[in-house]
Design a protein. Structure first.
Length: 349
């Protein structure tokens, strides 16, 4: 994990980051019932079924389903392993503020060589106290990899990850002890105590100035094992890395991120009167689901002309607002009305 092809550089092997990624839990407490059904299928080892349950809600915008698809592509369970697809699904969930997805997105960007892009997402996770984000960001700051070199802050972050039991961080800190001066280590430990007090709040630019000079001898190569706290048990390689809520223990000091308040739905615009010639067979089409009710209304304003004589229905589903249009006499009539519009799925309600 740590190599000496520079002055005191720390290097992480790709499998080390993969081990850190492998431990994030599959998201539970979903807004869509299908997400919970997918988690249950994942627990039973029915990975393809889990993917089928998650894909619809993920496309419709559910961040838990998006995060879970990212995990599936990351691990190659139910779908071929694809770090590019994992990155994309983590990105979609991270942009909606999903805490686990923010960290996994940063780690995946780092693993895929996008070091500068990874920094702001790892900063978010480090500020919340995630030891994986603290460790990887600390290594980046130590090496000046995608970010300005700052040994004091690097040591502080890695010390926090060490305090939470991450083995990679403990070994990295031990090697850094040989190259960072005692006064700078003392500054870093004071900064680490400040980070502990401020955990869960954004980290402001409070670190001391970066260390300008470094040691003149390289760190020798040392292999670090993958974290046993963040990967699936070795006795059951086909078991998912985490279950609905508590299958894989998270570090004891990590505090859960506050729940995002459910948005209050805006009053829907008045629906057009239903023509008497339309026969209601109980079928509608679903055009999407949105966390912001205003976005649901905006979508209908864009596509209303494609559904002459039909009404729009704004249906609450957890924290999302679904956009349904109908009625239609049959599934075939609903599917025909969709035409080339995507997403557009016939449903019976």
């Amino acid at each position: 994990m740590i190599a000496g092809d520079g002055i005191g550089d720390l290097r992480m092997r790709k499998w080390t980051v993969a081990a850190l990624l492998a431990g994030a839990a599959v998201a539970g407490a979903p807004a869509f019932a299908d997400v919970k059904a997918g988690v249950d299928a994942w627990q039973r080892g029915e990975y393809a079924k889990a993917i089928a349950e998650w894909r619809g809600p993920a496309v419709a915008g559910d961040p838990d389903a998006q995060f879970n698809l990212g995990q599936a592509y990351r691990l190659g369970r139910g779908v071929p392993a694809d770090t590019g697809m994992a990155e994309e699904w983590f990105r979609k969930a991270a942009l909606q503020g999903h805490p686990q997805a923010e960290v996994n997105y940063g780690l995946t960007l780092f693993e895929n060589g996008k070091r500068m892009q990874a920094v702001p997402w790892l900063e978010k996770g480090a500020a919340r106290g995630d030891p994986r984000a603290q460790y990887v960001l600390g290594v980046q700051l130590y090496n000046g990899d995608g970010v300005a070199k700052d040994w004091v802050r690097a040591y502080a972050l890695i010390a926090r990850a060490t305090a939470k039991g991450l083995p990679q961080a403990g070994k990295a800190q031990a090697q850094m002890d040989g190259f960072i001066s005692l006064p700078d280590r003392q500054k870093a430990l004071e900064l680490a105590r400040q980070y502990e007090r401020d955990e869960g709040r954004p980290q402001v630019a409070s670190a001391p100035p970066p260390v300008k000079s470094g040691p003149t001898r390289p760190i020798g190569r040392t292999e670090l094992p993958p974290s046993t706290a963040y990967q699936a048990p070795q006795t059951a390689p086909d078991t998912p890395p985490a279950q609905v809520a508590e299958a894989q223990p998270m570090p004891p000091i990590v505090r859960p991120a506050p729940k995002r308040p459910a948005p209050q739905p805006a009053a829907p615009p008045p629906a057009a009167a239903e023509p008497t010639a339309v026969r209601d067979g109980g079928w509608k089409v679903q055009l999407g689901a949105f966390g912001e009710p205003g976005n649901a209304q905006k979508l209908w304003g864009q596509v209303a002309g494609r559904f002459p004589g039909r009404r729009v229905f704004y249906v609450k589903s957890g924290r999302l607002t679904k956009v349904l249009v109908g009625p239609f006499a049959s599934s075939a009539e609903a599917g025909s009305a969709c035409g080339s519009l995507r997403p557009c799925v016939p449903v019976r309600e």
